[in-house]
Design a protein around this ligand. Structure first.
Ligand SMILES: C[S@@+](CC[C@H](N)C(=O)[O-])C[C@H]1O[C@@H](n2cnc3c(N)ncnc32)[C@H](O)[C@@H]1O
Length: 228
């Protein structure tokens, strides 16, 4: 097998080693040697965009937050799923954004060039504190129990879920990516009063592959009445 070629390398502000590798058609981003994202499998990342669109049919021009950028597959899926939309991407590592404007740009069809996209080089939690979104697509970790940054763990606690829910507009939807099932997280979503659905999605889309888990959590529309 050909050796991996290093395309980019940086030590982040927090002292992490962030590296972009390339071999044949495959690109990999690794943080401290652990894979953060690969271009080999992106079916479940793309499914996030479709799921979010289906979840908020009542919003014609939604405001969508994507946390983190990775290789742009979720962003591309969201652009394709939402005709008109304002899409904000929060990416904590500026180098990932730079790589997505350079060697990675072609992978998801140059999504950062789309005028509907606005990128914030920041921790996604900062945007949750000050802005509202009709949909939040969260894929910053390997799931609610395996974190890219230690501080990301807070996102999946009861308090973190409360912050996520508070950043949603009424009827808004949260989609969270996970390598596999996270029953404790699912229970916390329920406990927060959200309507929750779990979807197991093949990593390679129509080509199958291992299953990844997506959690769709919806906020009730204020004033919604039921007549049973
Ligand atoms: C698994 S990748 C996302 C893959 C992406 N869904 C795609 O389609 O390629 C995780 C991304 O989240 C970023 N990230 C990690 N923690 C973050 C945070 N707290 N805020 C914003 N971005 C974060 C990482 O740098 C990385 O780019």
């Amino acid at each position: 097998m050909k050796p991996l070629e290093t395309v980019g390398y940086v030590t982040t502000r927090d002292g992490h080693d962030l590296t972009l590798y390339h071999r044949d058609d495959d690109y990999q981003i690794r943080l401290n040697g652990l894979e953060l994202m690969t271009s080999r499998a992106h079916g479940s990342e793309e499914a996030m965009g479709v799921l979010a669109r289906e979840a908020i049919p009542h919003v014609p021009v939604p405001r969508v937050l994507i946390g983190g950028l990775g290789m742009g597959f979720t962003l591309r899926a969201a652009l394709d799923a939402f005709d008109g939309a304002e899409i904000v991407v929060a990416e904590v590592f500026p180098e990932v954004v730079t790589w997505n404007r350079g060697p990675l740009a072609h992978l998801a069809g140059h999504p950062l060039d789309d005028p509907r996209v606005h990128v914030e080089e920041t921790d996604v939690t900062h945007l949750l504190e000050k802005e509202s979104f009709d949909a939040i697509l969260l894929d910053v970790d390997n799931g609610p129990t395996a974190f890219t940054l230690e501080s990301n763990g807070d996102l999946y606690t009861a308090a973190g879920i409360e912050h996520l829910a508070a950043a949603l507009t009424p009827g808004g939807a949260l989609v969270v990516w996970s390598t596999d099932e996270a029953p404790n997280f699912e229970r916390r979503l329920h406990n927060a009063g959200l309507e929750v659905r779990r979807e197991d999605v093949p990593a390679c889309g129509r080509d199958g592959g291992p299953l990844h888990t997506l959690y769709l959590a919806k906020l009730a529309v204020i004033g919604e009445t039921s007549c049973t």
